[in-house]
Design a binder for this molecule. Structure first.
Ligand code: KMH
Ligand code: ZN
Length: 272
């Protein structure tokens, strides 16, 4: 088995300081949370950014500031900006951070229910447009999959030349598809040969899905974007605390942790 790549989704666009006062908004707070995750063993920072009042934004200049702050604190970490942004943003608004030429960025491969009346829209044309832009800029997409059909979309768009192989997937379990071992196994079994995958469990499912990712030979994403608790009813002090828990699980289960450069090798990334 490859070494374990841990992604820290430190901020998200939806979670707030009301959910956990340690959720970062400012550039300094985003840097602090990225550093805590990196020092604990994360090799990828999945990045959303906020204005100081917590409002989510895809503004290129805000991304630039946050990425500089993260690089200052964690020089070799892989920064993976979100192109999902927040529900309701336009395509061009969402795509802004790819102008900064990150090594990776997310590519959401379908439309889904996002709670209440919210719908996170990713039409076929949106997916093709984002995929094409990432190919042009040499950015490796992490394909965000919230349901099994999104894997089939990715396979279809790869055949049409909008996504390059080998593909890397992130299964977000517990938003639309249930966070169960059966459904995760079904997703993994549906991947094309040569793909890599990571799993994110939302809310109370975070560490159960992490344990499955570790033993099934995938990789793991944790962080405030998906869950703000370190254990039942206990708020996490930092993203680093969440990453530390995954590192402990991995050690107990005999899986070594990948450094950022080892993660680059596993994912076939070009270091910028
Ligand atoms: N905030 C969600 C609407 C991504 O980062 O690409 C989209 C999201 C997925 O978080
Ligand atoms: Zn995200």
């Amino acid at each position: 088995m490859d070494k374990l790549i841990i992604t820290a989704a430190i901020c998200g666009a939806e979670v707030t300081k009301e959910n956990n006062p340690n959720v970062p908004y400012t550039v300094e707070e985003i840097g602090r949370e990225a550093e805590s995750a990196y020092r604990a063993g994360a090799s990828i920072i999945h990045l959303h950014v906020r204005y100081d009042d917590g409002t989510p934004t895809q503004d290129k200049e805000r991304f630039r500031l946050c990425m500089e702050e993260i690089r200052r604190r964690c020089p070799d970490v892989i920064i993976q900006p979100s192109t999902g942004g927040a529900v309701g943003m336009s395509n061009d608004e969402r795509l802004q951070p790819i102008e900064l030429l990150p090594e990776m960025a997310t590519l959401d491969c379908g439309t889904l229910n996002f709670g209440g009346d919210e719908i996170f829209v990713n039409t076929e044309n949106t997916i093709k447009y984002f995929g094409q832009k990432m190919i042009e800029k040499g950015i490796k997409p992490e394909i965000e999959v919230f349901d099994k059909g999104m894997i089939d979309y990715a396979i279809k768009f790869a055949k049409q030349g909008y996504i390059l192989k080998p593909m890397h997937f992130d299964f977000v379990m517990g938003v639309q598809i249930a966070a169960t071992a059966r459904d995760l196994a079904f997703m993994v079994d549906s991947l094309p040969e040569g793909s890599t995958w990571t799993v994110a469990g939302v809310g109370r499912h975070q560490f159960q899905m992490a344990a499955l990712g570790i033993v099934m030979g995938g990789h793991v994403r944790v962080g405030f974007e998906d869950n703000v608790y370190i254990s039942k009813g206990v708020l996490a002090k930092s993203n680093g605390e969440l990453v530390e828990k995954v590192v402990r699980l991995a050690k107990e289960l005999g899986r070594e942790i990948a450094t950022p450069d080892e993660a680059r090798q596993i994912l076939g990334l070009k270091k910028r």
